[in-house]
Design a binder for this molecule. Structure first.
Ligand code: GDP
Ligand code: MG
Length: 208
């Protein structure tokens, strides 16, 4: 997929404030604060300042909607698991994230994991919850520029002690070098195509 257009649409806190759903499904980015959600959105859209990134974790507290090629939304969610905020603030953010995940939006969730870290309890909880609730998701390992191939293989081995997956089923990305950018874009494109075919199938079934 070639991204020709990417525009900020709006920030929202509650489902009632989300923009009206488009014909196509939307793609949301979830993960711990600082894992690289906003940077990933900027990398794949080729727009350096579209989503606000920050060295200080926990800056994005709202859900940010971006319209891509006038046909799909990218959704930048607040990060979870940032230790240095009050318990009340943490609860508010978790509510915002859960509100989105539990919403009936037609969505695909990218769950971002830092390749240098063992997944946290929060990460595992989110992945289990998505799986249990049959919500489509795809793991993207971020910041792969920070490790050599050797180190990456070692980390993956460690991470697999906590999480079951095959290397072919996950994506790897670096916002610094744009490594893996096309893999993410191809995945999104193929997903939109599958959705289209599903819709055609459903329509045909109704006509039969
Ligand atoms: N080296 C490197 N740094 C990254 C990468 N992605 C994000 N960062 C840095 O990590 C920090 C947090 O990124 P951000 O996108 O704001 O994370 P978010 O909180 O998940 O949205 C920023 O300082 C980014 O520059 C990456 O792929 N490689
Ligand atoms: Mg962010």
């Amino acid at each position: 997929m070639l991204i020709k257009q990417a525009d900020f649409v709006k920030s929202a806190l509650h489902p009632k404030d989300y923009p009206e759903e488009l014909k196509n499904m939307e793609f949301a980015f979830v993960g711990r604060s600082n894992v690289g959600k906003s940077s990933l959105i900027n990398s794949i859209t080729g727009r350096k300042k579209l989503a606000k990134t920050s060295k200080t974790p926990g800056r994005t507290q709202l859900i940010n909607y971006f319209l891509i090629n006038r046909e799909i939304y990218f959704v930048d969610l607040p990060g979870y698991g940032f230790a240095k905020v009050s318990k009340a603030m943490k609860e508010d953010w978790n509510k915002t994230i859960a509100g989105y995940l539990e919403s009936k939006r037609n969505k695909m969730i990218f769950t971002l994991l830092d390749i240098r870290r063992i997944p946290s309890e929060d990460d595992i909880e989110v992945l289990k919850w998505l799986d249990y609730n049959n919500i489509k998701f795809k793991i993207i390992f971020t910041k792969v520029d920070k490790l050599s191939n050797n180190e990456r293989a070692k980390m993956l081995k460690e991470i697999k002690k906590k999480l079951t997956f095959s290397n072919d089923d996950v994506l790897f990305h670096s916002s610094l070098t744009n490594y893996g950018k096309n893999d993410v874009l191809d995945f999104i494109e193929s997903f939109i195509c599958i959705e289209e075919i599903d819709k055609i199938d459903k329509n045909n079934m109704q006509e039969m």
